[in-house]
Ligand binder design. Structure first.
Ligand code: C2O
Ligand code: CU
Length: 482
């Protein structure tokens, strides 16, 4: 039945296929000569959050969601103590950082889960500058609001901007009487009883006409997610009482946009402005002007804009949903009325860029070299049963991918489903055929792409879909060093 299926494909792999290995506490790390140390304390705890006109009970890092931004300089040693005050086991995963495996935060693979009332010291060097975030790697905890930005500054970057705004996007279900775990149980139950197709249509809407002109013909198909979200948030504010980002006309702003969403692709635009994209997943790209861009779960985009005089909507519009609603923040450089919650900036009808339209900055390229080995990475699965797979089987039943230190591995990734999936790699980054570097790539339905990675970080690592519900229902695989 449903619960058996859920147990068999629960993402808490330590409870399923993997023997209950016990991981020793990582050895303390001493800073290397001249290395700076950035220390922080992180408390994961139940909180009451005011989303702006609506108060919810949920879990977060500290008393806000997103939690406070952690900041360090590339090359620093980060020392972050997690205090777990949740009524559940948890961990922290430093999404996108090429860190040592002992700090990667995957229970059953790199550490034991951190129990209630316990703490864990994460120590790692952050080698690459960029826009990152962190979140638990346990169950669906990310979808409750446990996330915060991690910014790694580049000591060599001129920083050609006056202001910086960190913009975190989220789809929000918790605090509505249903927890993300219950949502997952329902998806599994619907899949087992054969009602998934019907519910799925009803939940996500097959109503193509509801998409704006700009998103019509979007590359992601019409069936973009499984969960019906009542709210979309920017920096955890509802559009009825949005975050205000204050600047002055003529200032250059660096936007660091992070998607902490669990099941939603957004199209992002700033009304009255064109954006110049400068980075994706922390890696520099050739500056590319656009009206708007798509961002999948776990992706990051940095953009620079020169502020115009006035009041403007920064909109994150869910793609392929008919339930309505969107994320909104307000950019203000003058007095004037706040835009309406359902404002629709014309930029969303313009060019909405995808990663495949970006070119890498030369500094982001891998050294030219052919692959030493290739491996298939095939995304599959279905709503009924609610089971998502890599290489033909759910996590725990699929064969780990294997690589030797120093090898270049070419992953022939293909999405053999009719849904988009954001494919995420731990502890490494991959290069697309044109050299674009990323750690999370939104793959369109039936898309294939060759991704090259250099095996320069020995350990046991995950590759998975960053749709929380898909990952939890099996869409993960291990990458192991031989
Ligand atoms: Cu943000 Cu394994 O993921
Ligand atoms: Cu997926």
């Amino acid at each position: 039945g449903a619960s058996a299926t859920l147990a068999a494909c629960s993402g808490d792999a330590s409870a399923t296929s993997r023997p209950a290995a016990s991981f020793p506490r990582p050895e303390p790390v001493a800073p290397s000569p001249g290395q700076s140390v950035a220390s922080a304390r992180l408390t994961a705890a139940p909180v009451t959050l005011n989303l702006g006109g609506r108060t919810v009970q949920t879990w977060a890092y500290g008393d806000t969601a997103p939690g406070a931004t952690l900041r360090a300089t590339a090359g620093d040693l980060l020392r972050v103590t997690l205090d777990n005050q949740l009524p559940a086991d948890t961990t922290v995963h430093w999404h996108g950082v090429r860190l040592r495996p002992q700090a990667d935060g995957v229970p059953g693979l790199t550490q034991d889960p951190v129990g209630t009332g316990k703490s864990f010291l994460y120590e790692f060097t952050a080698p690459d500058p960029g826009t990152y975030f962190f979140h638990p790697h346990v169950g669906t905890q990310l979808d409750r609001g446990l996330y915060a930005p991690l910014i790694i500054d580049d000591p060599a970057e001129p920083g050609d901007y006056d202001l910086e705004w960190v913009v975190v996007l989220d789809d929000w279900i918790d605090g509505t009487g249903t927890t993300p775990d219950e949502v997952l149980e329902q998806l599994v139950a619907d899949g087992a009883s054969g009602t998934a197709g019907m519910d799925h249509g009803a939940m996500t809407g097959m109503d193509h006409g509801s998409m704006s002109a700009g998103q019509d013909g979007a590359p992601w198909g019409t069936d973009t997610g499984d969960v019906s979200y009542p709210h979309y948030l920017i920096n955890d504010r509802l559009p009825t009482d949005p975050t205000v980002l204050q600047g002055r006309a003529g200032q250059r702003v660096r936007l660091r946009v992070i998607s902490a969403a669990s099941d939603t692709i957004f199209a992002v635009a700033l009304g009255g402005h064109r954006m110049t994209l400068t980075h994706t997943d922390g890696w520099p790209v050739r500056p590319q002007q656009t009206d708007a861009f798509y961002i999948g779960m776990g992706e990051r985009y940095d953009a620079v804009v020169t502020l115009e005089p006035g009041v403007f909507p920064l909109v994150a519009r869910p793609v392929g949903r008919s339930t309505g609603g969107q994320g909104l923040a307000v950019v203000r450089t003058a007095t004037g009325a706040v835009p309406a919650a359902d404002v629709s900036p014309g930029e969303l009808d313009g060019n909405v860029l995808t990663a495949s339209q970006l070119e890498p900055d030369d500094a982001a390229r891998l050294p030219a070299k052919g692959p030493d080995l290739t491996a298939a990475l095939t995304l599959g699965g279905s709503m009924a049963p609610y089971l998502w797979t890599i290489n033909g089987a759910p996590y725990g039943q699929n064969e780990p991918l294997r690589v030797a230190p120093g090898q270049r591995l070419r992953l022939n990734a293909s999405n053999m489903t009719m849904m988009p999936h954001p494919l995420h790699l731990h502890g490494h980054t991959f290069a697309l055929p044109n050299g674009l570097r990323k750690d999370t790539l939104l793959m369109a339905p039936m898309e294939s792409v060759a991704l090259d990675l250099d095996a320069d970080n020995p350990g046991d690592w995950l590759i998975h879909c960053h749709n929380t519900y898909h990952a939890e229902a099996g869409m993960m695989i291990d990458l192991r060093y031989t």
